[in-house]
Design a protein around this ligand. Structure first.
Ligand SMILES: O=C(O)[C@H](O)[C@@H](O)[C@H](O)[C@H](O)COP(=O)(O)O
Length: 224
């Protein structure tokens, strides 16, 4: 189990290097496998990585993309992670990728979880997983102290779960069994506050610092 910490001179360098690393790992996997999967976070940090990755020379038609988690809002809502992905990643060369939309349009995320678990099962193990993290040490939609987090961290958790009461809207999230056995795992964070939070997470239990559950074999990419 190795946590590798890579520090970049600035956010632009981080985005360019990380995009090329992720695309390289997908390409490498496609050399010996028919298909590959790429699972990415939403939020505000990853857009520059997506912009750079979308232009990567890759047989995107053999890659299936899906989010770590989604906010239960319409696809045109400004908090929709899917909207972010379509604007920044699934465009250009990457437009040819297959996409599993975690927002199904059902009235409630609970109604979608089982069907999505089946679809995600077909993509495991994830070839390339990129995670984000909040300053509160949440990752995906696994929030510190939330009742769903303890369930989602269990080894027998369903692959996809609905999450309530942790943000402006209900959410849906991949759980530890879906995320934790990925072939390549990366975490992207920026700023001093998140760097300190990551250090703190390493001293806490995963239910209080959910990112901790994924700090086995992982490369952390950081810039101020
Ligand atoms: O939908 C989401 O919110 C994400 O998938 C979430 O896990 C994100 O990665 C962190 O909240 C960090 O978000 P920022 O990049 O906005 O700080």
């Amino acid at each position: 189990m190795t946590l590798e910490f890579v520090e970049y001179p600035d956010r632009e360098m981080l985005a360019l290097s990380l995009a090329s690393k992720l695309a390289g790992q997908l390409a490498q996997h496609l050399r010996t496998n028919e298909t590959a999967s790429l699972c990415v976070p939403g939020g505000t940090t990853p857009a520059p990585v997506f912009n750079s990755m979308s232009g990567s020379e890759l047989d995107w038609s053999r890659v299936t993309v899906f989010l770590n988690d989604e906010r239960w809002v319409d696809r045109e809502h400004n908090r929709s992670n899917s909207r972010l992905l379509h604007r920044h990643l699934l465009t250009g060369k990457a437009e040819a990728a297959n996409y599993i939309d975690l927002y199904t349009g059902d009235a409630e995320p609970e109604a979608a979880a089982e069907g999505l678990s089946e679809r995600i099962r077909d993509q495991l193990p994830i070839t390339v997983l990129l995670l984000g993290m909040g300053a509160d040490m949440h990752t995906a939609s696994l929030f510190p102290g939330a009742p769903e987090t303890a369930l989602a961290l269990a080894s027998d958790a369903p692959l996809v779960m609905a999450v309530r009461g942790q943000s402006d809207e209900p959410r849906i999230t991949l759980t530890a069994p879906a995320l934790s056995k990925s072939i390549n795992t990366h975490l992207m964070i920026t700023g001093a506050e998140k760097r300190a939070a990551l250090e703190r997470a390493q001293t806490l239990d995963a239910k209080d610092a959910p990112i901790r559950a994924f700090l086995g074999d992982i490369t952390v990419h950081w810039a101020e």
